[in-house]
Design a protein around this ligand. Structure first.
Ligand code: DP6
Length: 376
């Protein structure tokens, strides 16, 4: 499918004066990382992720038809008053509180998708969102946040196009989510999701994520992800800035090539259940991501001393047991521990005894692979 396929041919917003949709959408953790992009939100390489189950966002979007070309939401978010027609009218509440600080990011998302969702301009919009994970946990909320918005928008679009297929609904939701935040397009549907065109992944696209449809070995069923909250503060460098630093990066070309090769390798591993190779590949991806940060200019380090202490503890643990526990990192200091469900009891003990001490306030979150968003 091309971008053109996501532009609605016809819609009649007069059929709907108001509507409200609520979606629960998951966060995801990449195994092969997306780091580097071209305009508009096109990844430099293919990435693949596990969808999480417990770390999620619940977002409601209320659409109220503008009575005239000039209606909009007042500062109270309840009544209507005059403004310019081409201004997007929305308010955002996060965990019950109005959040002006979130508006610019969402406004630029609406701006980017207006060709694909022109009907939004006919409505005043009120967004209410909350996360299952602690607000300042350092867990990326943009993936679950943007995927939730995209799905609410698709629920509205479906009202104008009742014969829309599920396939189109989810593809376009992923397409829109991508325009909000790249990794968000992998937080729509499926346990394992691939984003970016790859010759070995049927149906893969730079425009949206697709469910990994190949055979997956039993060992990966109910795979566990325990997130160690090493640093719950604001990141010093945003992902968007980090992606930008891949332009002109001395190792960028090789890195993008390596990621494509790693997709081919992980496809084989997901089928064979070769956990030793999985561990090697996933940890190498995490460290390569952070190496890219350390070798960009300006350079930066997002890992903290406790991130390294945890990594060393994991390596010691693997050396003394037959464990397949491994770590991965996203763009921050927190550590994701990935392991097969049969190791749950042992790893829980290890985490409690050896790793929790390196987390802020001993905090960690136990999660498991889940299968995507749900309409509430
Ligand atoms: C390190 O999706 O947050 O988590 O597209 O600029 O919103 P934007 O970036 P974002 O980048 C995520 C990067 C990553 C790796 C990954 O999830 O693949």
């Amino acid at each position: 499918m091309t971008e053109q396929d996501f532009i609605p041919q016809y819609y009649d917003s007069s059929i709907l004066t108001e509507g409200s949709y609520t979606w629960k959408t998951p966060s995801n953790i990449a195994l092969v990382k997306y780091w580097g992009k071209k305009d508009p939100q096109i990844p430099e390489n293919t990435s693949i992720s596990f969808t999480l189950n417990n770390c999620h966002t619940i977002t409601s979007m209320e659409f109220i038809k503008r009575r005239s070309e000039s209606d909009h939401i007042s500062d109270q978010g309840e009544t209507l008053k005059q403004v310019q027609r081409d201004e997007m009218n929305f308010e955002i509440y996060f965990e019950g509180e109005k959040k002006e600080a979130f508006k610019p990011k969402i406004a630029s998302f609406f701006e980017r998708i207006k060709r694909y969702a022109p009907y939004l301009n006919d409505y005043n919009i009120v967004i209410n969102s909350k996360n299952s994970f602690p607000h300042s946990s350092g867990i990326a909320s943009s993936a679950s946040g943007m995927s939730a918005l995209a799905l609410c928008i698709m629920s509205l679009e479906k009202e104008f196009n009742v014969s829309m297929t599920d396939d189109y609904f989810y593809k376009k939701a992923s397409f829109l989510a991508r325009l909000g935040s790249g990794s968000a397009c992998r937080s729509i549907k499926g346990e394992i999701v691939v984003w970016g065109k790859h010759e070995l992944i049927a149906g893969s696209s730079d425009l949206y994520g697709v469910e990994f449809a190949d055979e997956v070995h039993e060992s990966f069923k109910n795979y566990q992800d325990t997130i160690l909250l090493v640093d719950t503060g604001e990141k010093q460098v945003s992902s968007t800035v980090g992606h930008g630093l891949m332009h002109g990066h001395p190792f960028a070309k090789e890195r993008f090539k390596q990621a494509e090769e790693n997709i081919s390798k992980i496809k084989t591993v997901l089928k064979s259940g070769d956990l030793k190779t999985f561990v090697n590949l996933v940890e190498s991806e995490a460290l390569t991501l952070h190496s890219m940060m350390m070798t960009s200019n300006p350079y930066f380090i997002l890992m903290k001393p406790n991130t390294l202490k945890i990594i060393n503890k994991i390596w010691e643990y693997r050396a003394t047991t037959n464990s397949n526990l491994c770590f991965t990192l996203d763009a921050g200091a927190n550590v994701h521990l990935l392991f097969p469900v049969i190791e749950k009891e042992n790893v829980s003990k290890f985490v409690e005894k050896e790793l929790a001490q390196y987390c802020q306030n001993n905090q960690y979150i136990c999660d498991i692979v889940g299968n995507g968003a749900t309409l509430l």
